[in-house]
Design a protein around this ligand. Structure first.
Ligand SMILES: NC(=O)c1ccc[n+]([C@@H]2O[C@H](COP(=O)([O-])OP(=O)(O)OC[C@H]3O[C@@H](n4cnc5c(N)ncnc54)[C@H](O)[C@@H]3O)[C@@H](O)[C@H]2O)c1
Length: 436
């Protein structure tokens, strides 16, 4: 494993200014981590350039955005979007026989998940074709970037892709049991991970979540050497997840969501940054806290660790900043609940002996157990029920605060990249929010 290195010192303010550029590799949607980074870069006058995953037509063809989709994406981003489909992975990529991995699974019954056998020769054909398509499209994006970015501009290239869940209908009920099942509906993530379907997921996570970072660094070599030759700074950031320190029983304690099966791909992402750093490239993976986004919605319970951010902000900053967040959260609570009871429920879960035994970073990622799944899912549901309106939840308000703090920390630390992996825990994020 990479050395555990929590960021403890606030980075100095970066020198990025008007005319410098931030590039997002991965598409910006409404409420993800990248929104915080883009907001911060825009506030400092940087030019923002985005990319798109592209879209799939009803017949499965991958295509660029239509004019209307492009206009919407550019408005959402506040900058130009390079309209080349950068979807990564191979789940929908046909093999030599015309069938994709998703096609191999079509019509199969979810309850047979354990006995399903995939044709690995065909999967490998799909994988290498998907990779070829991705690299070709990435090269086209890099060529476009070379034209758009002034040679003397400081540049931050931010990898925001995370995912790779194969888009196969029969897998959804299986995933629902692995991530949201308890009692009769419990399914062991370890058993799933050992099955052919688990092996397919692993390949797909590696391809989308991790390897794209390495291809990105390779594809933008030309821009890197051109701009650094002019004395400009060029660096690469990526979002990792490898657990996070939050306040449990009043002490910052490393904990993690279980079962985070994409975790092995996230470790691979850290290794890619380490290899780049060895070649003198400023690349950093920022292991960021659990928040609620489009990507994390399947991982029910991941948000429990977010609630103690309220206490972290109290402790590290206090005053008006902490009061404002508390008040925002209080307004979203049901009338018969309090922030203290919310924090107590989250803390009791994370401090419970059956759960605390998972807080070992050296053996991460961990698989689920029936007892852990039951405690986590019930706690998640109980906390969720404390919201007065499920459309406006406390988790969203807290996610927004964390996203903002993480965006500021990443932008500032990428000016002088020091480490190839950093953990951004609740303490440093709170302290950064307290700076202004
Ligand atoms: N949500 C969390 O709790 C959390 C915690 C730590 C790190 N992260 C990481 O932060 C990053 C951004 O995620 P987010 O949670 O803000 O959600 P998000 O849904 O806003 O972002 C996910 C990104 O992945 C891209 N993506 C997904 N599948 C892809 C594919 N097949 N090909 C190309 N691009 C693909 C999407 O375009 C999008 O840009 C991810 O790397 C994620 O793993 C998330």
């Amino acid at each position: 494993m990479n050395r555990y290195l929590a960021m403890k010192q606030l980075p100095a303010k970066a020198g990025y200014k008007k005319g410098d550029v931030i590039v997002l590799i991965g598409e910006l949607f409404g409420r993800g981590y990248a929104n915080g980074l883009v907001a911060e870069a825009a506030a400092r006058g940087m030019t923002v350039i985005g990319t798109t995953m592209g879209r799939r037509d009803a017949d499965g063809t991958l295509r660029p955005l239509t004019d209307a989709e492009l206009a919407e994406a550019e408005q959402n981003l506040g900058g130009k979007v390079i309209n080349v489909p950068l979807e990564a992975g191979f789940d929908l990529e046909p093999a030599d026989d015309g069938l994709s991995p998703a096609d191999q699974l079509k019509g199969l019954k979810p309850d047979r998940w354990e006995s399903i056998r995939l044709d690995w020769n065909l999967i490998e054909q799909s994988r290498s074709r998907g990779l070829k398509r991705f690299k070709t499209n990435l090269a086209a994006v890099a060529a476009e970037l070379e034209k758009l970015i002034p040679p003397g501009a400081n540049l931050l290239i931010s990898h925001i892709m995370g995912g790779g869940m194969p888009r196969v209908r029969m897998l959804m009920p299986v995933f629902n049991k692995v991530f949201k099942g308890q009692g009769e509906r419990y399914l062991s993530s370890e058993a799933f991970w050992r099955s052919d379907l688990g092996r397919l997921c692993k390949l797909s996570f590696d391809e989308v979540t991790a390897d794209t970072f390495s291809h990105l660094i390779e594809a933008t070599k030309g821009i890197h050497s051109r701009n650094t030759a002019q004395g400009a700074k060029v660096s690469y950031s990526a979002y990792g997840y490898h657990g996070c320190e939050v306040l449990i029983n009043g002490r910052y304690t490393w904990q993690s969501y279980t079962p985070y099966v994409p975790g092995w791909a996230k470790i691979r992402l850290e290794e890619i940054a380490a290899a780049a750093a060895k070649r003198g490239i400023g690349a950093t993976v920022f292991n960021s806290p659990e928040i609620q986004t489009n990507s994390s919605s399947l991982f029910m319970g991941v948000e429990i660790a977010l609630y103690p951010f309220i206490s972290a902000l109290d402790r590290e900053v206090g005053g008006k900043t902490a009061e404002a967040l508390r008040e925002e959260c209080s307004k979203l609570l049901r009338e018969d609940e309090t922030i203290e009871s919310l924090l107590a429920v989250a803390n009791d879960y994370m401090a419970a002996p059956a759960i605390a035994q998972f807080w070992d970073i050296n053996t991460w990622p961990h698989h689920n157990t029936p007892e852990q799944a039951e405690l986590m899912l019930n706690c998640s549901a109980r906390l969720m029920a404390m919201n007065s309106n499920l459309k406006e939840i406390i988790g969203a308000a807290l996610s927004e605060a964390v996203v903002k703090g993480v965006g500021k920390l990443i932008l500032d630390s990428m000016w002088e990249p020091k480490e190839h992996v950093y953990w951004l825990n609740h303490d440093i994020i709170a302290r950064r929010l307290g700076q202004e």
